[in-house]
Design a protein around this ligand. Structure first.
Ligand SMILES: NC(=O)c1ccc[n+]([C@@H]2O[C@H](COP(=O)([O-])OP(=O)(O)OC[C@H]3O[C@@H](n4cnc5c(N)ncnc54)[C@H](O)[C@@H]3O)[C@@H](O)[C@H]2O)c1
Length: 485
């Protein structure tokens, strides 16, 4: 086992910084359970250094033209693409996701975000509003200040870049706290931004657990927080942000429906259900973990699905032929196994998979439950593991109501050949991202984010600019000022 030990735990003001006094953060390779690096959570002194560096760097960064900031982001995108293989191997060690995924979905997605927002940076403008008698107002789109990013463990490189790219494009600086489960790749992103020309302090990485993130959020030098994580963490972060009147983007969990009508292209629908439940070993927030299948094709769907499931290649994540890796941690595996037991106990029918592989690491066979009812725990709660629930339905009105009967609202999908019905369903879904005859694609050009308890704010697309900047109105008077007395 090769060590993946970085030069130090934190990256502050353009350089690595170590401080071994903080609590240990062991980094475990999920495929073997072996420790591949050991980092340390930030002490108060490290946190202060990071916040001071980001705060000091912000005015000069915001004073550059958008084109100048954008050039640095686009250069970072090019370096990331050049190092895609190296970054993907590290992401595989960090997360356990197979190289066949990380090569196409992690550093590449991060590079897309840096390229997109790098391109947009020079085009950010205010507007001119004409008033009577020659007076006018112009608006300035200004940075917020220092943004705190807090990441989940499933897509560490992507999450860091999806937050940093719009934040930096708008003239903010950033302190990013990656998930304690997958802390390695964000450090590489920081190195690359420095290499691309980002001045010291513009992008900093601080390692830690929840308390370190919470402490930073309370600091008055933080103007905005952008969290990717679970609903319970989102609630705490939102409360803390509110106490300081700080801006917040919250990308939280889901229990997204995928609705498959009798007239759907069956193979495409099965592919969407597989991607929407088993990609990244089921550890994706927008996964379609409730698959509603119209009764006329239920058996055909299950037959096709179970046949296709036999083609899964579970094995060494670093072998590019592997299509399903381990779960990220012992804890996440045991949460998933508990849900599978609950599914069985509450009467769902386990069609395939669900058993732990008795070997080193955190391996599980992907599970499909059929005959799932809406009130079963596996149909209501986010599992964040490779567990698909298949539910039957009869009519469009019925399935739409059931699809929306959840506290979550992250994503939703429909498969049908009837385009009128498809658009009716998309309009009716209570979800931030909807799909027609597709699922779980997240191009940087499209807004991404949740409704209801799945969060607020949007990442990616031009919409993200609204969430990483603020507008100032400047009234310009061209006439003598009058007063009543
Ligand atoms: N909507 C999205 O874009 C998206 C993407 C990926 C994952 N997720 C969600 O993330 C969850 C899985 O990730 P996780 O287990 O790492 O989530 P988590 O909520 O346990 O942790 C997320 C981050 O929050 C930090 N944190 C924990 N307590 C905190 C506190 N009190 N204050 C501030 N920060 C705190 C953690 O250290 C971690 O960095 C799932 O619910 C999943 O749906 C959402």
């Amino acid at each position: 086992m090769t060590s993946q030990q970085p030069p130090a735990s934190h990256y502050i003001a353009g350089a690595y910084l170590d401080d071994a006094e903080g609590a240990a953060i062991p980094v475990i390779y999920p495929a073997t359970g072996q420790e591949i690096a050991r980092l340390h959570a930030a002490t108060d002194a490290v946190i202060d250094k990071a916040l001071a560096a980001a705060h000091a760097a912000q005015p000069a960064w915001a004073a550059l033209s958008g084109t100048e900031r954008g050039r640095i982001l686009r250069k970072a995108a090019d370096i990331l693409r050049d190092r895609n293989h190296e970054m993907s191997v590290l992401e595989t060690y960090d997360t356990g996701k197979p190289l066949s995924e990380t090569l196409i979905a992690d550093a590449t997605s991060a590079a897309d975000a840096l390229e997109y927002f790098g391109g947009l940076a020079g085009a950010l403008t205010g507007e001119h509003i004409q008033l009577p008698e020659g007076d006018f107002v112009y608006t300035r789109r200004e940075a917020l200040g220092v943004v705190l990013g807090i990441g989940a463990w499933n897509y560490p490189t992507q999450i860091a870049a999806w937050k940093a790219a719009p934040a930096l494009a708008c003239g903010n600086t950033m302190v990013m706290k990656p998930s304690e489960t997958t802390p390695l790749c964000t450090l590489k992103l920081a190195e690359i931004l420095t290499e691309a020309g980002a001045p010291p302090g513009v992008f900093n990485v601080v390692q830690g657990y929840g308390p370190e993130a919470a402490k930073m959020l309370e600091d008055p030098r933080i103007a905005k927080v952008s969290l990717t994580g679970s609903v319970p963490t989102g609630l705490k972060v939102y409360q803390s942000a509110a106490a300081g009147m700080k801006h917040a983007t919250l990308e939280l969990g889901g229990k997204s429906p995928l609705v498959i009508f009798d007239d759907a292209d069956l193979d495409s629908a099965v592919s969407a259900a597989i991607n929407g439940n088993f990609y990244s070993t089921g550890q994706i927030c927008s996964n379609s973990t409730r698959v509603f299948v119209q009764s006329g094709i239920k058996q055909a769907f299950l037959d096709r699905l179970t046949t296709r499931m036999k083609d899964v290649v579970i094995g060494d994540p670093l072998d590019q032929a592997t299509t399903l890796g381990p779960m990220v941690s012992e804890r996440q595996l045991s949460i998933t196994l508990d849900y599978i037991e609950k599914g069985k106990a509450e009467g769902a029918r386990l069609v395939t998979g669900g058993e732990r592989h008795e070997q080193e690491g955190f391996w599980i066979a992907p599970a499909v439950f059929a005959d799932v009812a809406d009130d079963m725990t596996i149909a209501r709660e986010e599992i964040f593991g490779p567990v698909m629930s298949v539910l039957d339905f009869e009519t469009e009105d019925e399935v739409l109501a059931r699809a929306n009967a959840t506290q979550f609202g992250l994503a939703a999908g429909v498969f049908t050949q009837d385009l009128t019905r498809a658009h009716r369903m998309a309009a009716g879904f209570q979800a931030g991202t909807c799909y027609i005859n597709a699922f779980n694609l997240t191009p940087v050009e499209a807004p991404f984010g949740g409704m209801k308890m799945s969060g607020m704010g949007r990442e990616n697309s031009k919409a993200a600019i609204e969430h990483y900047s603020q507008l100032k109105s400047v009234y310009v008077g061209l006439n003598p000022t009058e007063a009543p007395f």
